[in-house]
Design a protein around this ligand. Sequence first.
Ligand SMILES: Cc1cc2nc3c(=O)[nH]c(=O)nc-3n(C[C@H](O)[C@H](O)[C@H](O)COP(=O)(O)O)c2cc1C
Length: 353
Amino acid sequence: MQPGSQQSAIGLQIGPRQLATRYFLAPLAGYTHLAFRTMLRRLGGVGLATTDLVQARMLLSQTRKSLELIATNREDRPLSVQLFSGHVNDLVEAAKWLQDRNYSGVDINMGCPMARINGAGGGARLMCDTQAAVEMVARVIDVVDIPVTVKMRLGWDDDHPAAPQLAEALENIGTAAITVHGRTRQQGFRGGVNRKAIRETVQATCKMPVIANGDIRTVEDAHSMFADTGCAGIAIGRGAMLDPWIFRRLQQFEQGRPPTDPTPEEQVSFLEDHFRLMAKQHAEYSCVIFRKFAAWYGVVLGIPEYLEDRLRRFESYDEFDEIVRLVQKHHGERQSRVPTALIKVPNGPVSHW
Ligand SMILES: Cc1cc2nc3c(=O)[nH]c(=O)nc-3n(C[C@H](O)[C@H](O)[C@H](O)COP(=O)(O)O)c2cc1C
């Protein structure tokens, strides 16, 4: 594909929202919170972001944790809040609650593989009963005017490929868009993404945008995903952690500009600003939350292992500042040919990705 050949494809309409690009940030619970979303948006190229999944009942109870998860600001637009529940009334009430507070979209989780969430009837469990799932979404669509979208997997397992049928039914009731992670619940995060099955899901729909998701790490991966599946857009999760500049690169490519690599200064500033934004929201507790990012930053910044380890253990703002000074000095010293990072995937062990 030549740069600029996607000009007419730039942007995407979801409900009344005209999005600037076809590239969405897929939610990664514990990572894609307000600070990280804001950082990505500043780099450019993110068409839509979604909050980490929020339990509908907890939101209605306005627990501290759920209010933190839906925290947003003017820079963090457009945004959908992702809800999960096995109880339709909770979903309906939570969607209304969000609309009343000017949130501009609701995304219903039908993909989460975690036993705790599936056991309560939510996440991927909803895909086991297509009719009940569709009725649930229809009830939500009935009560709100903001776009309602769904994020799903291909089905519970290979013997129950529910996505095409579910997609068709969801389109018929007015779902604004769906995102399909190209794995089954049984697969968890193992194995490759089944692009053929995503394609079948796209083909089961007429106009509703289908957003493809899974294992996109480069501009080339995104292009081949469009070609292989016919999807309308692409959601990127772990690829955005491994390369936060991926959305900017994709947008530059579509605008016919050569994708630019971040300078080392930009990369270190990203680390600093990300932490400062987090500290604005969580004060000194951000030192604890930020540790989760150590493995990613180790890869992105190519820092020696002992520094990555310090990012995993620091306890104060001063210590963070000292680490930044060391990162500036040792940036790029550790080069791995194929960048990978350790990540704890839902319902599973730490995997190398
Ligand atoms: C740590 C982690 C947390 C996740 N949290 C969510 C979540 O809150 N909601 C959701 O719909 N998907 C969640 N996912 C799934 C991702 O959104 C995405 O579908 C999956 O990682 C595949 O896309 P990727 O290869 O681009 O990461 C999570 C995945 C990971 C690894």
